[in-house]
Design a protein around this ligand. Structure first.
Ligand code: DX5
Ligand code: ZN
Length: 224
């Protein structure tokens, strides 16, 4: 089973990478110390957008894994059971949304059986207590900071309190991830409220120098 990073990690979200320069950008971020690469999978039903596929994920894994990198697949799809099997060979971590399937216990068990760390993602309107009955099957909780579907949305400020509540509810072995709207203005706060895995797309790839932006975010996390 892959191991969760021992220290807080900024996780570049590849949905905003340049699709024609993806390998180059992933390699440069590995050089800069990034170790968790977040791959958003959207089905056009659970969220109103469509991306990223198994072949892209396979390519990222081929680059990142030999250098100690982890591929974190965030499934924003209705009924994600089949997709777990499609993505697991190229993933080290997989999260599914509690809102996307009536049987999350089974899904989380299947993620672990497929050899990946198991995550549960919760939308901003979902009570944090929803994760409690599933805690034994969880390795991380992805607490959304926006309603999923697009990068570049504004952070929902109530998320900070939700991160703190999750940190209090969950045992230390379960990592807390925050995803959506994270950038230089709020990443230190998100860390201070308990986030261990801090996902960022537009603040990294929307910048003129994605590596410098990654390094700046990582520095803010390290000194939070
Ligand atoms: C949102 C995705 C996020 C997204 C974050 O639906 O799950 O991972 O890439 O994008 P930013 O960091 O730009 O909000
Ligand atoms: Zn995501």
């Amino acid at each position: 089973m892959p191991e969760m990073p021992a220290t807080p990690a900024v996780c570049p979200s590849l949905m905003s990478a340049d699709p024609l320069r993806l390998g180059e950008q992933v390699s440069a971020l590995l050089d800069a110390g990034a170790r968790v690469f977040h791959v958003d999978v959207m089905d056009g039903r659970f969220v109103p957008n469509l991306m990223l596929g198994t072949e892209t994920t396979r390519g990222v894994a081929a680059l990142a894994r030999p250098r100690g990198g982890l591929v974190d697949v965030h499934l924003m799809v209705e009924g994600p059971r089949e997709a777990i099997g499609w993505y697991a060979p190229h993933a080290d971590m997989i999260s599914v949304h509690v809102e996307a399937d009536p049987h999350p216990h089974q899904l989380l068990s299947e993620i672990r059986e497929a050899g990946c760390l198991a995550g549960l993602a919760i939308n901003p309107g979902t009570p944090v207590e929803m994760v409690l009955p599933l805690v034994e099957r969880l390795d991380y909780v992805n607490c959304m900071g926006v309603n999923p579907g697009f990068s570049g949305q504004s952070f929902i400020p109530e998320t900070l309190g939700r991160l703190g509540a999750l940190r209090d509810l969950l045992p230390p072995r379960v990592a807390v991830q925050v995803d959506g709207g994270i950038g230089p203005a709020n990443i230190a706060d998100a860390r201070a409220f308990g986030a261990d895995l801090l996902v960022s797309a537009s603040a990294i790839f929307g910048a003129a120098d994605p590596v410098a932006s990654y390094a700046d975010l990582a520095e803010r996390v390290a000194s939070a």
